[in-house]
Design a protein around this ligand. Sequence first.
Ligand SMILES: N[C@@H](CCC(=O)N[C@@H](CS)C(=O)NCC(=O)O)C(=O)O
Length: 207
Amino acid sequence: MTILYSFRRCPYAIRARMALLVSGVAYEHREVRLRDKPPEMLAASPKGTVPVLVLSDGQVIDESLDIMRWALDRNDPEHWLAGDDTGLIAANDGAFKHHLDRYKYPDRHASDPLEHRAAALALLAPLEARLAAAPWLCGDTRTLTDAAITPFVRQFAAVDREWFDAQPLPALQRWLALQLASPLFAEVMRVHEQWRASPLPDAPARE
Ligand SMILES: N[C@@H](CCC(=O)N[C@@H](CS)C(=O)NCC(=O)O)C(=O)O
């Protein structure tokens, strides 16, 4: 059985789960706590980030975009791979994520949150322009690019919802709201209990 080590709120894990779910590939979900990672996950991927996918033959995929592409290569009923915009995704994972972290966690980064909020906001302008021209980032249908970027924009919006809703980003706001209200998103955000390996069976009682 394919196994996914995942953490509910991690944007990388969210996008991996979105692609896995759309592909219909069966897998066992193992919910981890980042402060208490299971040794089974670290044995498979010592770098210690989620998501980690362990295939039935033991092969390990421990980058979220690779998990998405692996799943969709198996089965892609919504043609998500037709919208794999590597440039847009790289800008999200690079500069946007950089500013998002420094806006969301100023204490951790000793950063000025408003400076980084402004920088991240500027990076949303190209997304707004695309979404003003078409309902999804790569055209008329939802694709891998939408799924890859949505969890990060969701985090950005949630830091100060009132401020985000007041920004002149009507197309992006509609796009985000549509996805957060989708059955796909509801399913990937379902709460799972922390996974733990089954305890070893009790040792036989000694006479
Ligand atoms: N490039 C990786 C990044 C994954 C990542 O950084 N995940 C975070 C959680 S959102 C993590 O596991 N961090 C390790 C930790 O906090 O201990 C991917 O795309 O899968």
